[in-house]
Design a protein around this ligand. Structure first.
Ligand code: BG6
Length: 543
């Protein structure tokens, strides 16, 4: 297939021009929200609950260190870790240095020495009031020693079951500033935000007893991905797509988030969750809203989130028989001999069934694959199906959005020689190989040349050579420090997503079983049928 590399478009992000690679259009710094400004946050203390856990070691500490090295943290900054286990400042600092060595880069000794005294640790459980008393004392010391001025950002890297009690503990200990105070307090809460509509509402109500909505930052790390932010720029900073971005031209939309990993060591969480809760309720619906939303009146957090909520509210609920028809589930079985992964000519190890993975209860009915067909019943999208699918143990780790345009009505289509990949489609590669491809028909050169699909590809790596995308957590942490909530889920957004998902969860919990699919395949047959019934097929991810 011939490929035409598109020239790098002029940059439109941010307000602060910085030098781009030599000879190219100068880059602007897009570190904050998609259309925001690069700023340094006010002095603050970041308090991480669950600070000895995996998230802190793998993601948060490396992200903070990168921010520091890029000069994006304030000089007056401190990190206070909390966990149940008894440890002390020295041990916590050593663990964080180890985390950087393992998941980022061994820090320079002198640089680490200068930074590490800004790390403190407070041991104790979040159900024990004395933990918060001790935390308040340490934060007082940190304010004096590190100049953090009473500003606090609390990061709850904790299981959902203890989120409400932690927020309440903070409130009772007087650790939450009020809007009229000169300092600020914000709280970051990790997904899952509840396990269904009722529990999400209860969680929101508990948080709102202590914090005001603008102080609450519900993190969905997909929103921190470079390509999802570029989706807004792609749609709203270019005029050419807008006329096509609607029911008269779009046949359907596909959103795929596939993973090669299985449940790994997370069965304790995952078996109670499943693909619908774990991925569709959050990440896939977030992607859908960005694809389908109307242009916001302005690019502040609330205008963007208002438009996203309207999309969720325009999706008709699947109910009764429609659930069987438009929502399908699967669970990975052991890989088939022939489909076991092969690398460099060697036969890959066969993969176990989900039910045989460590800590998965016998006979588990949890789905590791889910696919939905949704409609967005508004003026722009009426009648255009949005197909969503996600699963573990699929053949590729890939996230992409496919906008399939309506087929051309003219018989010139009959000359098409090769039908794959399908023509007339725009593919947004979210990860990996971030980029955008436009597939269309072209005539093979020659007097009687037939038609063949070709693609024009934009790839971040070649268009912005040398420019690295920040890690999602790096961007999201910085945004929360700056108080920019654009990339965080608002209360009504989370509840609207649960409103859509809860009837399907309830129907699935009431009976039936997920259809098995062999590990390393593209999911159960019923997912293929979901589209085949309507004369369509899943786009084969390209990367
Ligand atoms: C998390 C889910 O939110 O996202 C995991 O809980 C999933 O099950 C992960 O593996 C996928 O994230 P990413 O960024 O690797 O696509």
């Amino acid at each position: 297939m011939s490929e035409t590399e598109l020239a790098a478009p002029p940059e439109v992000l941010g307000d602060v021009p910085t030098a781009g690679p030599q000879g190219e259009t100068p880059l602007r710094t897009p570190m904050v929200s998609p259309l925001g400004r690069a700023r340094i946050p006010e002095p603050l203390a970041l308090v991480v609950f669950g600070a000895t856990g995996d998230l802190m070691r793998r993601k948060l500490m490396p992200a903070l260190w990168r921010l520091k090295q890029e000069g994006m943290l304030p000089d007056d900054f401190a990190i206070v870790g909390n966990a149940r286990e008894a440890t002390d400042d020295a041990d916590f600092r050593e663990r964080m240095r180890g985390a950087l060595a393992e998941f980022a880069k061994e820090p320079d000794a002198a640089e680490w020495e200068a930074f590490s005294h800004r790390l403190r640790f407070v041991g104790g459980s979040t159900d024990d009031p004395s933990t918060f008393v001790q935390l308040a004392k340490v934060l007082g010391e940190v304010d004096k020693e590190c100049g953090t001025r009473g500003n606090r950002l609390f990061y709850l890297a904790l299981p959902p079951s203890v989120v409400a009690q932690t927020a309440e503990g903070l409130g009772r200990a007087g650790l939450v500033c009020h809007p009229e105070d000169r300092c600020y307090t914000r709280i970051i809460v990790e997904k899952p935000f509840g396990r269904d509509l009722d529990s999400a509402k209860a969680l929101n109500a508990s948080l709102l007893k202590v914090f005001a909505e603008p102080q609450i930052f519900r993190i969905d790390h997909y929103l921190g991905k470079e390509t999802l932010q570029n989706l807004l720029v792609f749609r709203f900073a270019n005029t050419i797509w807008e006329p096509l971005w609607q029911r008269n031209y779009v046949d359907h939309v596909q959103i795929t988030v596939s993973e090669t990993v299985g449940v790994e060591s997370r069965a304790g969480y995952y078996d109670r969750s499943g693909a619908l809760r774990d991925m569709i309720q959050s990440h896939l619906l977030q992607i859908l809203t960005l694809v389908a939303m109307e242009p916001p009146a302005s690019y502040d957090a609330d205008s963007i989130r208002n438009e996203k909520v309207k999309v969720l509210q325009a999706i008709p609920l699947l109910q009764g028989e429609d659930i069987d028809r438009y929502a399908v589930r699967g669970q990975y079985a052991a890989s088939e001999e022939s489909s076991a992964s092969e690398k460099d000519g060697e036969k890959g190890a066969s993969m176990p069934a989900y039910r045989d993975e460590k800590d998965v209860p016998e006979g588990s009915r949890t789905e590791t694959f889910a696919a939905l067909r949704l409609l967005v019943d508004n003026w722009r999208w009426a009648g255009v199906p949005f197909y969503l699918r996600t699963g573990k143990r699929l053949p590729a780790k890939q996230s992409e959005v496919v906008i399939r345009f309506r087929p051309a009505p003219h018989p010139v289509r009959d000359q098409v020689q090769d039908d794959t990949p399908a023509p007339n489609a725009l593919v947004l590669h979210i990860q990996p190989d971030e980029g955008i491809s436009l597939f269309f028909e072209a005539k093979v050169p020659g007097i009687r040349g037939p038609l063949r699909p070709v693609s024009m590809d934009f790839k971040y790596t070649s268009a912005f050579e040398g420019a690295e995308s920040p890690e999602a957590y790096q961007r999201l942490l910085l945004d929360a420090m700056l108080g920019d909530a654009t990339l965080f889920a608002r209360r009504d957004e989370v509840e609207a997503a649960w409103t859509l998902i809860t009837p399907i969860l309830q129907a699935w919990e009431a009976g039936g079983e997920p259809d098995p699919y062999p590990a390393n395949s593209w999911g159960p047959e019923c997912a293929t049928e979901l589209l085949a019934r309507e004369g369509r097929s899943w786009h084969e991810p390209t990367g």
